[in-house]
Design a protein around this ligand. Structure first.
Ligand SMILES: Nc1ncnc2c1ncn2[C@@H]1O[C@H](COP(=O)(O)OP(=O)(O)O)[C@@H](O)[C@H]1O
Ligand SMILES: [Mg+2]
Length: 250
C-alpha cells in the first residue's frame, strides 16, 4: 500500500506546482493506473514516492514506512521501473541483474529461480550476455523491469512501463502485474495511453497540471458520462480544469 498525503512539489525556478496537493491511497491487491497527459505530473509524483525527489509538503508512506524519514526501509518495499531505461549502459544485462540482486541481498537459489523464469517470459533470455548499450529500447526496458522485480518487492511502481514494449512483452508484463496484484500486493503504473488503462486497472487516479482530477474505478467514471467514449471523457476531465469527480474508491 502507498499512502500519499497532501503532497506538493514545485521545481526550482517554476511559478507553478508540478504536483499540487495530491492525496490518495494505492491499495494492496489491486492494479492502480496513474493517468494523465504529458507533463501532468506523473513522473514527479512517482519520483517523490521512490525518494529521488523530496516533497515540499505532505508525506508518503510505503507499507507504512515514510520515504523521507526512513528511506532505506521504505526502499525495500518497492521495485521501480523509471520511464527512461538508459542505466548502466556499460554493463551486460546479466551483470546488471546480478548487481540489483546483490543490492537487495537476494539469495542465490531465489535469484536462479527468477533468472530461469522471467527472462524467458519476456523473451530476453538469449540477450542477457549483451551489453545494455547494445540492446534496443524495448529490450533495455525489459532488463530494467527484471532488475526492479528480482528482489520480489511487495510494491511495484512502474513509470510508463509499456512504452517501447512489443505486444507480446506488453501482454506478459500485464499478466505479471495481474499476478502480483492477485497475490495481495500493490501495482502502480503510469500511462498517458488510455487503452492501456482500460482493461488493466482496478482503480485509476487521473491528474493534470499537478492536480488530482479523478480517483475511482473506470466503470464509475464511465457511468458518470453516459454515451461518451473513454477518450472524450478523458479530454473532458483533463481540459475541464477543476475536475468533476471523485469516485467512491477513496
Ligand atoms: N527536472 C525538472 N525541472 C523542472 N521542471 C520539470 C522537471 N521535470 C518535470 N518538470 C515539469 O513538471 C511538470 C510535470 O512533469 P512530469 O512529472 O514529468 O509529468 P508527466 O510524467 O506526467 O509527463 C511539467 O510541467 C514538466 O515540464
Ligand atoms: Mg512522465
Amino acid at each position: 500500500m502507498i499512502e500519499i498525503k497532501g503532497v506538493s512539489k514545485a521545481y526550482a525556478g517554476s511559478r507553478h506546482k508540478a504536483v499540487d496537493n495530491l492525496s490518495w491511497i494505492v491499495p494492496d491487491g489491486a492494479i492502480t493506473g496513474f493517468i494523465g497527459p504529458n507533463g501532468a505530473g506523473k513522473s514527479t509524483s512517482i519520483h517523490m514516492m521512490t525518494g529521488s525527489l523530496e516533497p515540499d509538503a505532505g508525506s508518503i508512506l510505503l507499507n507504512g514506512v515514510d520515504i523521507v524519514k526512513d528511506p532505506i526501509e521504505a526502499k525495500r518495499q518497492f521495485g521501480f521501473v523509471p520511464d527512461v531505461p538508459d542505466v548502466f549502459l556499460n554493463l551486460k544485462a546479466i551483470e546488471y541483474l546480478n548487481f540489483m540482486a546483490d543490492l537487495y541481498a537476494v539469495p542465490t537459489a531465489e535469484r536462479s529461480r527468477f533468472l530461469g523464469e522471467v527472462p524467458a517470459r519476456l523473451e530476453i533470455a538469449d540477450v542477457l550476455d549483451n551489453q545494455i548499450a547494445a540492446l534496443s529500447h524495448g529490450m533495455r526496458q525489459k532488463v530494467i523491469i527484471m532488475g526492479a522485480l528480482i528482489h520480489r518487492p511487495p510494491i511495484w511502481i512502474l513509470d510508463e512501463p509499456m512504452a517501447g514494449l512489443d505486444p507480446k512483452s506488453a501482454f506478459e508484463l500485464k499478466k505479471m502485474m495481474r499476478e502480483h496484484a492477485a497475490s495481495g500486493r500493490s501495482v502502480l503504473f503510469s500511462t498517458h495511453v488510455l487503452e492501456v488503462a482500460e482493461k488493466l486497472c482496478d482503480q485509476i487516479c487521473v491528474i493534470n497540471h499537478g492536480r488530482q482530477l479523478y480517483l475511482g474505478t473506470l466503470e464509475q467514471l464511465k457511468a458518470r458520462h453516459p454515451g461518451m467514449s473513454l477518450e472524450d471523457i478523458f479530454l473532458a476531465i483533463t481540459e475541464g480544469g477543476t475536475g468533476d469527480a471523485t469516485g467512491d474508491a477513496r
